[in-house]
Design a protein around this ligand. Structure first.
Ligand SMILES: [Zn+2]
Length: 442
């Protein structure tokens, strides 16, 4: 009965299309207002007993006073979602929140309304039972995560203003992931301990334009093309970070026999493993080094006009151990052409690595073991960016883990069509947050 009601709450909130956009004028403010109102209606105890501070436009920061406030805990989620690509057909309406085959279907079920509602439901249930957490608990819900917005930064500023130094932070990121690694049978309770930095640059070549009937050799587009190819062919140094070594060591006992010694001795065999990961394909290669993807291209707007300026956007994911400055040095060296200008349009360093040999990590790990006994908890380096990166400035222990079982297909659906969350998996997620809060020590 309580479970049915929890599912109905998630359905109601998935049906509100809180799609974020980099251009504030294109955001449906009414949808965000509606979401905040609906959340208040669905979780009356939480809203009555926790103190709410509005952040930015629709960011929410709740404060739940515990027995102590020396080691506060922050649980994060975001209420905005990515748009629905109209070209990709959905089996069930993206904002319908229909329950079919034991799952709730809709945009945001996994990313990130499932987490948000599971956190709220866990708190609501604990309040109902008269529970007070051992330490202060803060809930920080962003409203512009998907567009690299500022709400999370402003939440950090608010916490700083109030003198709050979190003991640890939990945000989206990893999951109880099936088929996370080839040959590994049990699901991996993947806890992101750092994330690559998201940086973007634009390469720009200026030259003489003119009519396409009288082209000069090696104009801006050709020069730009050469630069793009040079970037594509050269790589920055590859390596296996400590978190990945730890991941391999923990997975080793579950790996196919021939791979076991290799993974168990990952520390010693780093160079060999690095080469193996690069050879295994782009996904695993991305675990070892900074990646460069040429994404946008701009030349002349007309077929018969030579471009006077040609531009290429490059999206870069900076590996732990590299810096944005290293990346720019690398680009200048491999492009090796002074007439190609490099403009940094978005600068994101990799996040500091959160500790694994640590009580907070062990608390998360043991709560995973309790609620998902078949899973192998392990740290990993995240490829994508989350709001929690902003919290690394006030907290050294930032862990990215969503307590939901996800198949490979489900993880891939997060940014495309058919996003869905199993009903039972949603309920286990509520239990996980509830147990995590209950297990916070004095
Ligand atoms: Zn997200």
């Amino acid at each position: 009965m309580t479970d049915d009601r929890a599912v109905a709450k998630l359905q109601a909130l998935v049906r509100i299309p809180t799609v974020s956009d980099r251009d504030p004028a294109l955001v449906d403010t009414a949808a965000f207002d509606g979401f905040v109102d609906e959340l208040a209606a669905q979780f009356p105890r939480l809203h009555a007993q926790l103190e709410l501070t509005r952040i930015h436009t629709h960011g929410l920061l709740f404060h739940w006073a515990g027995h102590g406030d020396a080691r506060p805990v922050v649980l994060m989620a975001h209420l905005d979602v990515v748009p629905v690509d109209t070209d990709a057909p959905w089996r069930h309406p993206p904002f319908g929140a229909e329950i079919v085959d034991g799952a709730i279907w809709g945009r945001g079920t996994l990313d990130d309304k499932g987490e948000l509602v599971a956190i709220c439901e866990a708190v609501e249930r604990l309040l109902e039972s008269g529970f007070t957490p051992a330490q202060d608990v803060w809930l920080s819900f962003g409203c512009d995560e998907e567009v690299f917005g500022t709400a999370a930064k402003e939440a950090v500023a608010e916490l700083t203003r109030r003198g709050v130094e979190p003991w640890f932070v939990v945000d989206e990121g990893g999951a109880v992931a099936d088929d996370a690694f080839p040959g590994i049978k049990p699901p991996v309770g993947a806890i992101g301990v750092t994330e690559k930095g998201a940086t973007s640059v634009v390469l720009r070549v200026d030259g003489r334009g003119g009519h396409a009937s009288t082209p000069a050799k090696f104009g801006p587009t050709a020069r730009l093309a050469r630069a793009i190819l040079r970037v594509d062919r050269a790589h920055m140094e590859a390596r296996i970070p400590d978190a990945t070594v730890d991941l391999f060591r923990r997975l080793a006992p579950h790996a196919p026999l021939p791979l076991r010694p290799l993974m168990a001795n990952a520390e010693r065999l780093r160079p060999l493993l690095t080469r193996a990961l690069i050879a295994a394909g782009p996904e695993s290669a991305a675990m070892t080094r900074t990646t460069f993807a040429t994404t946008t291209l701009q030349g002349s707007p007309a077929l018969n006009v030579i471009a006077s300026t040609a531009r290429a956007g490059i999206n870069i994911r900076v590996m732990v151990g590299d810096t944005v400055a290293d990346v720019i040095t690398h680009l200048r060296k491999v492009i090796n052409d002074d007439r190609v200008e490099i403009e940094v349009v978005e600068e994101g360093e990799p996040s500091p690595v959160s500790p694994v040999d640590d009580d907070a990590f062990r608390l998360i790990e043991s709560t995973i073991a309790e609620v998902f006994p078949d899973a192998v908890p392990a740290p990993y380096v995240m490829m994508a960016a989350t709001d929690s990166r902003h919290f690394t400035t006030i907290c050294p222990r930032v862990y990215r883990f969503a307590p939901f079982r996800m198949s490979k297909a489900q993880r891939q659906a997060i940014r495309s069509s058919d996003e869905h969350l199993g009903v039972d998996d949603f309920l286990s997620g509520i239990t996980w947050y509830q147990r995590l809060i209950e297990r916070i020590p004095r």
